[in-house]
Design a protein around this ligand. Structure first.
Ligand code: ATP
Ligand code: MG
Length: 776
């Protein structure tokens, strides 16, 4: 079909073109990975601008990350042939919401220079509130309250709207009241948290229709990427902005029910109904309704919903745990009456084998709309599945493969390693430093830069070098010991006067009565502890010493008491840190290595391997994608299964689907037969997701050492449902190998049974013992 029109339209397929050119009314592009959804959004902006339908400042365009926003702007420039000046409303929900809030800060009892609190600040503030209220924060941790408040904010709930049943789960019903006093404190401190950046906007919009109208008039077009991962607050915010501006005579807020029902046409069906709507999803759209044919089901465009275009994929909804509601996308044509729903079926990203593997995997989910994806690309290389003896061998193997790919002349920028849990990154980072391979960590700090790792390293640095003032200052009051800023200030004064390190100043000060007895006692303990650890260093292995320090200092306990989701991750990272020390002869050698790792500057422009979690990989694409750690318990994550059951499993599977569909040409999956988790070697079994991959598109390869599969050629193939993919070498029945496996691993694992191992056994008894054999 000959395409006419501007150049930027010429490469699009007819459906994409339809999505770009349908500028009026609501449009939903519901389509699978790599079908060009993001490209459609970008082209749509180019089209709006070049058609003169709006100026850059009149387009509201929401991306999932700031990086994606920059990328979009860059592409836009390429399409239009000139840089686009001023797209002030292109960004994330947070950045745009924050911008609006700053403009009207006084309406939220803030000044326009308010600070945005991060999670740590938030928790510190909540701790103060708990103390003031005499609530035992061991029993009711501040982090738990922070999680609850975030959850409420994600759902668009102000303190008075929190259902009493939910407020009851914290501190015997004080949850809602604490939320309210937290909000009050924020105002006094001239601060907002991330949730407020949208929630306060929503409140302002509802209470000041004239302000809402300004924005409704300003934004001629609204575009949203990754719509499947929006939460209720984001939905409400969008919905308010997406209504056509109303005349001032209709601006007084009315209570839902006072006006005619939504479905009535005409004046009564005014957007004000929504201004005070608190329950965003009064009636859930059933799956069958959602599957309704968009052509016959679509109503004529109603005049009061503006030009909003959302794109997304229900199979890539991976932020349910953070309050995202996949329902938002499923009920789009209900929320935005008259919406045109466009489906894209051609995947432009991946080769045939990769796409088939990803589609086959996701087909195991029940709760999905289901969609066809095809590629006109060739089959390419099969997806490989490689078993390794342990995670170290896995990292070594991947390092070698990357070097090989690099020797073939490919760019490191086109290589990504996607992990399920951030602690997995450590082994890769170390390996890359050893190999001198540039890498960058996307969407989070690098392993050794994480707060808990820096704290732990600070302890070790003070042991190693008492003159390391920066390290000492970092941990002197972590965990809390009543040694606040005043004490530290005093130590500084002492140190400066006598030209001695802070640590020595502390030793001197505790002999005087300059400090109050309590602080003096605690500081004396700290000094004594470090003296003791230094003495122990001579007789204790450095890894044991690290564990002792973390335990005796109370640092581990500090995180154990925090029974929140991210505390568990921090504890895992600490274990991983201790484990990583094993690879060095002594503490000195380890710390030198760390300073090398920390020193490596990750210049943004350099050619480097990308390392990130599966969650941060959304929307990205790379020629080569490595997917390590596909083992039960790690991926799918045991925690997710425990906490969310079947829904959790489906979300994990979507995560696997996201991972595979990031790859253009090569997708390589790995699992290790042994993984050190929580300091103990555990025998693991390959992820159930490997079972769910189609054998025709998958190739089982041996790691260089060949150890995971056993030297006799007995492949650990019985985990996979189709034997023919794995050749005739398969011989020993799974249960025999499993038995042998368990016997050997018993001798191998040395340290006691971990939860992981128990879980491996219980899993194998229910679904057949079927993991690979070991070579001895
Ligand atoms: P995801 O769901 O992973 O976010 P997506 O649907 O947003 O994927 P895009 O990232 O927009 O997909 O596109 C995937 C790749 O296909 C990109 O490299 C894009 O440039 C390319 N692409 C999209 N449409 C076309 C087209 N019509 N012709 C050629 N390449 C295309
Ligand atoms: Mg995209």
């Amino acid at each position: 079909r000959a395409s006419v029109g501007p150049k930027y339209l010429s490469g699009l397929n007819p459906e994409q073109r339809d999505a770009v050119e349908t500028l009026d009314g609501p449009v939903l592009v519901l389509a699978g990975a790599g079908t060009g959804k993001t490209r459609v959004l970008t082209t749509r902006i180019a089209h709006i601008l070049s058609q003169g339908r709006a100026r850059p400042a009149e387009i509201l365009s929401v991306t999932f990350t700031n990086k994606a926003a920059r990328e979009m702007k860059h592409r836009l420039g390429q399409m239009l042939g000139h840089a686009v000046e001023g797209m002030p409303w292109l960004g994330t929900f947070h950045s745009i919401g924050g911008r609006i809030l700053r403009t009207h800060a006084e309406l939220a009892q803030l000044k326009s220079n308010f600070t945005v609190l991060d999670t740590d600040d938030q928790v510190r503030l909540l701790k103060q509130l708990l103390q003031a209220d005499n609530i035992d924060d061991k029993r009711w941790p501040a982090r738990m309250l922070a999680g609850l408040i975030d959850g409420w904010k994600n759902r668009g709930l102000t303190p008075s709207q929190v259902p009493s049943g939910e407020a009851a789960v914290f501190a015997n019903g004080k949850g809602g009241k604490l939320y309210a006093s937290y909000q009050e404190r924020l105002k006094i401190l001239n601060a907002a948290d991330f949730g407020d950046l949208l929630l306060e906007d929503i409140r302002i919009f509802r209470e000041h229709p004239d302000i809402l109208r300004q924005y409704q008039q300003r934004f001629k077009f609204i575009l949203v990427d990754e719509y499947q991962d929006t939460n209720v607050a984001q939905y409400l915010w969008l919905r308010l902005l997406s209504q056509a501006p109303t005349s001032p005579s209709f601006t007084s807020p009315r209570v839902r029910g006072e006006v005619a029902s939504q479905s009535d046409a005409g004046e009564a069906d005014s957007p004000q109904t929504e201004l005070v709507e608190t329950a965003p999803h009064p009636d859930a759209l059933s799956a069958s309704e959602a599957r309704r044919d968009p052509a016959s089901g679509a109503r004529e465009q109603t005049p009061h919903v503006k030009n909003i275009c959302c794109v997304g994929d229900d199979d890539q909804s991976i932020y349910g745990w953070r309050g995202a509601e996949v329902d938002n996308i499923l009920r789009f044509d209900h929320d935005f009456p008259g919406a045109k729903v466009i489906r894209l079926e051609r995947n432009y990203r991946s080769t045939g084998h990769i796409l088939a593997a990803a589609s086959h995997l996701i087909a195991h989910n029940e709760g999905r709309l289901g969609k066809t994806l095809r590629t006109e690309d060739h089959d390419g290389e099969k997806v490989t599945v490689t078993g390794s003896w342990d995670s170290e061998e896995e990292a070594r193997g991947i390092g070698e493969e990357i070097e090989q790919i690099q020797r073939q002349g490919e760019k490191l920028n086109e290589i990504a390693i996607l992990v399920r849990a951030s602690y997995q990154m450590r082994e890769f980072e170390d390996r890359f430093v050893t190999l001198g391979l540039p890498y960058r960590v996307i969407g989070g700090p690098r392993f050794y830069e994480r707060a808990e790792i820096r704290d732990a390293l600070a302890y070790l640095r003070v042991i190693n070098s008492p003159a390391d003032d920066l390290a000492f200052e970092r941990i002197v009051n972590v965990p809390k010991r009543g040694l606040g800023d005043a004490t530290v200030q005093m130590l500084h004064d002492h140190a400066r006067k006598r030209r001695i390190p802070l640590f020595e100043a502390a030793r001197a000060v505790v002999e005087t009565d300059e400090l109050k007895p309590k602080a003096r006692g605690s500081l004396r303990d700290v000094v004594a502890q470090f003296d003791r650890w230094r003495a122990q260093r001579e007789v204790t292995a450095h890894t044991d010493l690290a564990q002792i320090v973390l335990d005796e200092s109370g640092y581990t306990e500090m995180w154990q008491k925090d029974r929140s989701a991210d505390a568990a991750g921090r504890l895992e990272n600490l274990k991983e840190l201790v484990r990583s020390m094993e690879e060095f002869e002594n503490l000195q050698g380890f710390l030198e290595h760390i300073s090398l790792v920390m020193d490596r500057d990750g210049g943004a422009e350099e050619d480097a391997v990308s390392l990130m979690t599966l969650h941060s990989a959304k929307g990205l694409e790379f020629d080569n994608v490595f997917l390590p750690g596909w083992e039960e318990g790690l991926f799918p994550s045991q925690r997710t299964l425990d906490e969310q059951g079947r829904a959790g499993l489906e979300e994990e599977r979507r995560l696997g689907h996201v991972g595979l569909t990031r790859a253009r040409r090569r997708a390589k999956i790995y699992f290790a037969t042994n993984r050190r988790i929580h300091g103990t070697w555990s025998t693991t079994i390959p992820s159930r997701f490997l079972d769910e991959l189609p054998s025709a598109n998958v190739e089982i390869t041996e790691s260089k050492g060949g150890s995971a599969w056993g030297g006799t050629g007995g492949y650990g193939a019985s985990r996979f449902d189709d034997m023919e993919a794995f050749g005739s070498t398969y011989s020993t029945p799974g249960w025999q190998r499993a038995q042998a496996n368990r016997n050997r691993s018993g001798g191998r694992s040395g340290g006691g049974q971990s939860g992981f191992e128990e879980q491996a056994s219980s899993f194998s008894s229910s679904s057949g013992p079927d993991f690979g054999s070991f070579s001895s």
